[in-house]
Design a protein around this ligand. Structure first.
Ligand SMILES: C[S@@+](CC[C@H](N)C(=O)[O-])C[C@H]1O[C@@H](n2cnc3c(N)ncnc32)[C@H](O)[C@@H]1O
Length: 276
């Protein structure tokens, strides 16, 4: 089958079977949130943490085949706490993926900024998730300018009275390295963001229990693709990644095993197409 047979489609079925049909080196970005180990067992019939790596490795192998040489893979995942400590399956997964030939380029943090407070005997509310960034090679497509953010009010106060030191790079007193030339920020209104994304969780979509906000795939799609590029979400759930693609003029491919979520994704896509 050719890649055009999959473009702008949500494929209903099991990722393990459906990925095999997608041609090699045909996708520019993979962004996805798989079922987390042991979470929502009743809904997804999901994998125990101890078996997670074994279950996921054939999938990452196929994803590596499908991804373009200069493409990126963003994996949104978070390990649970069990018997008083964090499980290590995500860390083990990273190590196994490296053995498979993936480069682990970065770990972005999705800070869920609308989390309500809570307390457990040995920890606080978990308010962040990992967005692991993998690539096939060191040189990959990245468009940093596309996610620049307003510089913020701090700059007016900081740049009001620049000292001589602020106008050059200088070695710090502790000899720990060179300080920044602060005057570089003069006349700028945008800066590069950090690797922490402060985004609220999605509260409006009540028909799927584990959606991520559209802004999350949007951010990575802008950062790693250009208009017309192909984005794959192999666990697309309610279709959020496809919505992001429609908003940003990218092509999408989604896979979903549950009929109810597959139908939900199709419905959301239709509604978005009407709105655009
Ligand atoms: C965490 S949810 C993804 C939610 C999605 N990001 C969204 O915003 O709606 C994971 C999804 O993967 C689907 N899934 C689980 N196992 C699958 C499999 N073997 N093949 C395809 N999809 C699967 C689940 O039904 C679920 O909808």
């Amino acid at each position: 089958m050719r890649i055009n047979d999959f473009i702008n489609k949500i494929i209903y079925g099991d990722i393990k079977e459906k990925l095999l049909q997608i041609p090699s080196n045909s996708v520019d970005l993979i962004v996805t949130s798989p079922p987390y180990a042991d979470k929502r067992k009743i809904i997804y019939n999901t994998i125990p943490a101890e078996k997670y790596v074994e279950w996921f490795m054939p999938i990452t192998d196929e994803l590596k085949r499908i991804l373009n040489e200069n493409g990126s893979f963003i994996l949104n995942i978070k390990e649970k706490a069990e018997n008083g400590e964090r499980h290590t399956y995500v860390l083990e997964l990273i190590l196994e993926m490296k053995k498979q030939g993936w480069l682990w380029v970065e770990e972005y943090i999705w800070h869920k900024k609308n989390c309500y407070p809570g307390k457990w005997p040995n920890r606080f509310r978990d308010a962040w998730e990992r967005c692991l960034h993998f690539t096939k090679q060191k040189k990959f497509k990245m468009f940093q300018e596309s996610v620049m953010i307003p510089i913020g009010d701090w700059v007016e106060e900081r740049l009001k009275n620049l000292s001589e030191r602020d106008k050059m790079r200088f070695e710090s007193r502790s000899k720990s390295g060179f300080g920044k030339n602060i005057s570089n920020w003069l006349n700028r209104d945008k800066v590069y963001p950090t690797n922490v994304l402060h985004l609220a969780t999605e509260c409006s979509n009540k028909n799927h229990s584990a959606t991520f906000p559209v802004a999350l795939p949007c951010w990575f799609i802008k950062l790693f693709t250009e208009e017309g590029d192909v984005v794959l979400d192999p666990f697309i759930g309610s279709g959020t990644t496809a919505i992001a693609c429609l908003q940003l003029n990218r092509k999408y491919i989604g896979i979903e095993i549950k009929e109810e979520y597959y139908k939900l994704a199709i419905e959301r896509i239709k509604n978005t197409q009407h709105e655009l």
